[in-house]
Ligand binder design. Sequence first.
Ligand code: CA
Length: 340
Amino acid sequence: MTCSLLAKRRALLLAALLLAPALAPAAGPVRLIFDTDMGNDVDDALALAMIHAFQSRGEAQLLAVTVTKDSRSAAPFVDLVNTFYGRPEIPVGAVKNGKTPNDTPMIRIPSERRTASGAYVYPHKLTDGAQAPDAVAVLRRTLAAQPDGSVTMVQVGFSTNLARMLDSAPDAASPLPGAQLVARKVRLLSAMAGHFPIGQPEFNVDTDIPSARKVFAEWPSPMIFSGFEVGEALRFPAACIEHDFSWAPDHPVAEAYRTYMRMPYDRPTWDLTAVLYAVRPGRGYFALSPEGRVAVDEKGQTHFTAALGGKRRYLILEDAQKARTLEALMLLASQPRERK
Ligand SMILES: [Ca+2]
């Protein structure tokens, strides 16, 4: 890139930042709901580990986890990670009749592994996703119980659960229909989805295109996208798995990583970036696009159009931000659990 092009790009970015400042930080811990396709890739597991680190630091409170991967071991694996970090009480909801029903070794093996005496290596209550309550019911219950305008949602899988949430009917948890309940309670949706400014169809979008279309168009709160290109540019190092998780001889997230692909490999940090922005939006880990809209075409490609007052923006990773941002992801994902 030439100097003048670089200067122009910097000026554009600066203008975008001035036009639309980052969301003001939340008062107190960020109240989080994590919606994940746990099991399809290992970044979901690292992202959940990061959330627990944030909670241990007093920066976040994990209210609930909802799962969009409709497989037997996805919800049990979430439950065992929450239990491993000392928080077995966190509600876990699961999609019904959802996408990607295949179980994968990264979630199945840790959730089934037992000690010589027959106990689970990683204790958990849920043993089959079919036992978990419906994700939409969990979302409605969780949102209804929170103060207005207080909840940050992180979606790192398909949009199935959040699309159904928008269409949900009043129930015992709340007299409000889904979209109104979301409008009242949610301050931000941080999503790993799409490819910006333009690129190939991204997995989370093209696995459930109708739901992605609906959520990107109709979700009432501001929405920040971490596109494919952001996590792709920040590879989680195998060396971090091999050295920084050794404080626990049996660590479910490190085991999932070793099981997902043949070690050593450096995996993109897609879902971790959406969590980092959700909890620390103002810390300069990323730049932001201007405000605008995000549309999804029939192939699952995302298209961003700048528009003043638009509630959609995407993360931009500058070269100068990469080392610091990756270090934050590594430190948080591998942070030892709280001692009770
Ligand atoms: Ca994911």
